[in-house]
Design a protein around this ligand. Structure first.
Ligand SMILES: [Fe+2]
Ligand SMILES: [Fe+2]
Length: 186
Protein backbone atom coordinates (compact mmCIF):
# COMPACT_ATOMS: atom_id res chain seq x y z
CA UNK A 1 0.00 0.00 0.00
CA UNK A 2 1.17 3.53 -0.72
CA UNK A 3 2.30 5.77 2.13
CA UNK A 4 -0.49 8.34 1.79
CA UNK A 5 -3.12 5.58 1.67
CA UNK A 6 -1.69 4.09 4.87
CA UNK A 7 -1.85 7.50 6.61
CA UNK A 8 -5.42 8.08 5.42
CA UNK A 9 -6.53 4.69 6.72
CA UNK A 10 -4.94 5.47 10.08
CA UNK A 11 -6.90 8.76 10.05
CA UNK A 12 -10.13 6.77 9.89
CA UNK A 13 -9.16 4.88 13.06
CA UNK A 14 -8.18 8.11 14.84
CA UNK A 15 -11.48 9.74 13.80
CA UNK A 16 -13.35 6.79 15.33
CA UNK A 17 -11.45 7.34 18.60
CA UNK A 18 -12.34 11.06 18.52
CA UNK A 19 -16.02 10.04 18.52
CA UNK A 20 -15.36 7.84 21.58
CA UNK A 21 -13.64 10.78 23.30
CA UNK A 22 -16.65 13.02 22.70
CA UNK A 23 -19.08 10.35 23.92
CA UNK A 24 -17.13 9.71 27.15
CA UNK A 25 -16.77 13.46 27.74
CA UNK A 26 -20.51 14.00 27.29
CA UNK A 27 -21.07 11.17 29.77
CA UNK A 28 -19.06 13.08 32.42
CA UNK A 29 -21.01 16.24 31.60
CA UNK A 30 -24.34 14.44 32.01
CA UNK A 31 -23.59 12.18 34.99
CA UNK A 32 -20.40 13.59 36.64
CA UNK A 33 -19.00 10.05 36.41
CA UNK A 34 -15.59 9.54 34.81
CA UNK A 35 -14.76 6.26 33.09
CA UNK A 36 -11.17 6.36 34.33
CA UNK A 37 -9.97 3.13 32.77
CA UNK A 38 -11.36 4.19 29.39
CA UNK A 39 -9.63 7.57 29.54
CA UNK A 40 -6.29 5.85 30.30
CA UNK A 41 -6.86 3.63 27.25
CA UNK A 42 -7.55 6.77 25.22
CA UNK A 43 -4.27 8.32 26.40
CA UNK A 44 -2.43 5.13 25.44
CA UNK A 45 -4.07 5.28 21.98
CA UNK A 46 -3.31 8.99 21.54
CA UNK A 47 0.33 8.70 22.61
CA UNK A 48 1.28 5.43 20.98
CA UNK A 49 -1.02 5.06 17.97
CA UNK A 50 -2.03 8.60 16.91
CA UNK A 51 1.28 10.18 17.88
CA UNK A 52 4.20 7.75 17.83
CA UNK A 53 2.86 5.39 15.16
CA UNK A 54 0.98 7.87 12.92
CA UNK A 55 2.43 11.37 13.47
CA UNK A 56 5.87 9.75 13.71
CA UNK A 57 5.64 8.57 10.08
CA UNK A 58 4.34 11.97 8.93
CA UNK A 59 7.07 13.90 10.73
CA UNK A 60 10.05 11.64 10.08
CA UNK A 61 9.25 10.61 6.52
CA UNK A 62 6.52 12.40 4.53
CA UNK A 63 6.85 15.94 5.94
CA UNK A 64 10.62 15.60 6.04
CA UNK A 65 10.73 14.73 2.32
CA UNK A 66 8.21 17.48 1.45
CA UNK A 67 10.29 20.05 3.36
CA UNK A 68 13.52 19.00 1.64
CA UNK A 69 12.15 18.74 -1.88
CA UNK A 70 9.48 21.45 -2.04
CA UNK A 71 11.48 24.26 -0.42
CA UNK A 72 11.28 26.73 2.49
CA UNK A 73 7.84 28.15 1.55
CA UNK A 74 6.32 24.69 2.10
CA UNK A 75 8.54 23.84 5.06
CA UNK A 76 7.85 27.10 6.91
CA UNK A 77 4.19 27.35 5.87
CA UNK A 78 1.90 24.31 5.75
CA UNK A 79 4.38 21.78 7.17
CA UNK A 80 5.23 24.04 10.11
CA UNK A 81 1.48 24.40 10.68
CA UNK A 82 1.00 20.63 10.78
CA UNK A 83 3.94 20.15 13.18
CA UNK A 84 2.61 22.88 15.50
CA UNK A 85 -0.75 21.12 15.60
CA UNK A 86 0.93 17.81 16.48
CA UNK A 87 2.61 19.66 19.38
CA UNK A 88 -0.63 21.26 20.53
CA UNK A 89 -2.23 17.80 20.49
CA UNK A 90 0.59 16.55 22.77
CA UNK A 91 -0.13 19.42 25.19
CA UNK A 92 -3.86 18.54 25.38
CA UNK A 93 -3.00 14.82 25.86
CA UNK A 94 -0.55 15.61 28.68
CA UNK A 95 -3.08 17.96 30.31
CA UNK A 96 -5.70 15.21 30.08
CA UNK A 97 -3.36 12.73 31.75
CA UNK A 98 -2.57 15.22 34.51
CA UNK A 99 -6.28 15.94 35.06
CA UNK A 100 -6.97 12.20 35.50
CA UNK A 101 -4.23 12.04 38.16
CA UNK A 102 -5.63 15.12 39.91
CA UNK A 103 -9.07 13.54 39.97
CA UNK A 104 -7.59 10.41 41.57
CA UNK A 105 -6.12 12.73 44.21
CA UNK A 106 -9.59 13.97 45.01
CA UNK A 107 -9.70 17.22 43.02
CA UNK A 108 -13.31 17.49 41.91
CA UNK A 109 -12.64 20.32 39.46
CA UNK A 110 -10.26 18.05 37.53
CA UNK A 111 -13.41 16.70 35.83
CA UNK A 112 -13.68 20.04 34.06
CA UNK A 113 -10.05 19.78 32.87
CA UNK A 114 -10.71 16.26 31.58
CA UNK A 115 -13.64 17.43 29.47
CA UNK A 116 -11.93 20.61 28.23
CA UNK A 117 -8.70 18.92 27.17
CA UNK A 118 -10.40 15.85 25.71
CA UNK A 119 -12.75 17.96 23.59
CA UNK A 120 -9.97 20.37 22.58
CA UNK A 121 -7.89 17.39 21.43
CA UNK A 122 -10.79 15.87 19.49
CA UNK A 123 -11.63 19.16 17.79
CA UNK A 124 -7.99 19.92 16.91
CA UNK A 125 -7.36 16.46 15.47
CA UNK A 126 -10.57 16.43 13.43
CA UNK A 127 -9.64 19.70 11.75
CA UNK A 128 -6.01 18.59 11.38
CA UNK A 129 -6.98 15.33 9.68
CA UNK A 130 -9.34 17.16 7.31
CA UNK A 131 -6.48 19.49 6.25
CA UNK A 132 -4.10 16.58 5.67
CA UNK A 133 -6.62 14.48 3.74
CA UNK A 134 -7.88 17.31 1.53
CA UNK A 135 -4.83 19.54 1.08
CA UNK A 136 -1.44 18.40 2.41
CA UNK A 137 -1.47 14.82 1.14
CA UNK A 138 -3.06 15.76 -2.20
CA UNK A 139 -0.38 18.41 -2.64
CA UNK A 140 2.36 15.88 -1.81
CA UNK A 141 0.91 13.36 -4.30
CA UNK A 142 0.98 15.96 -7.10
CA UNK A 143 4.21 17.82 -6.33
CA UNK A 144 6.75 15.23 -5.20
CA UNK A 145 8.86 13.48 -7.82
CA UNK A 146 8.06 9.86 -8.64
CA UNK A 147 11.36 8.69 -7.18
CA UNK A 148 10.59 10.53 -3.93
CA UNK A 149 7.25 8.73 -3.71
CA UNK A 150 9.08 5.46 -4.20
CA UNK A 151 11.58 6.38 -1.48
CA UNK A 152 8.75 7.36 0.90
CA UNK A 153 6.93 4.09 0.21
CA UNK A 154 10.15 2.17 0.88
CA UNK A 155 10.73 4.02 4.19
CA UNK A 156 7.11 3.38 5.20
CA UNK A 157 7.58 -0.28 4.43
CA UNK A 158 10.62 -0.33 6.75
CA UNK A 159 8.59 1.17 9.59
CA UNK A 160 6.32 -1.89 9.46
CA UNK A 161 9.21 -3.63 11.22
CA UNK A 162 10.66 -0.79 13.34
CA UNK A 163 7.21 0.27 14.62
CA UNK A 164 5.93 -3.30 14.84
CA UNK A 165 2.96 -2.40 12.63
CA UNK A 166 1.00 -5.66 12.83
CA UNK A 167 1.13 -5.79 16.63
CA UNK A 168 0.47 -2.04 17.00
CA UNK A 169 -2.56 -2.05 14.66
CA UNK A 170 -4.00 -5.12 16.37
CA UNK A 171 -3.52 -3.74 19.88
CA UNK A 172 -4.94 -0.27 19.23
CA UNK A 173 -7.83 -1.33 16.99
CA UNK A 174 -8.68 -3.73 19.82
CA UNK A 175 -8.74 -0.87 22.34
CA UNK A 176 -10.80 1.23 19.92
CA UNK A 177 -13.40 -1.52 19.38
CA UNK A 178 -13.60 -2.20 23.12
CA UNK A 179 -14.28 1.48 23.84
CA UNK A 180 -16.82 1.74 21.01
CA UNK A 181 -18.69 -1.18 22.55
CA UNK A 182 -18.56 0.49 25.97
CA UNK A 183 -19.98 3.71 24.51
CA UNK A 184 -23.00 1.78 23.20
CA UNK A 185 -23.87 0.83 26.80
CA UNK A 186 -24.07 4.44 28.01
FE1 LIG B 1 -0.59 15.13 11.16
FE1 LIG C 1 -2.26 12.59 10.09
Amino acid sequence: MKAVQILMEEHQNILRMLKVIRTLSLHIFNTKEVYNEGFYQIIDFIKNYADKFHHGKEEDILFEKMSTELGPAIKNGPIFGMLSEHDLGRLFANNLQEALKNLENGEEEAKMDIIVNAIAYADLLERHIFKEDTAIFTFAEKQLKNETHEEINKLFHETEITLDAIYTEKKYIGILEELEEYCKTL
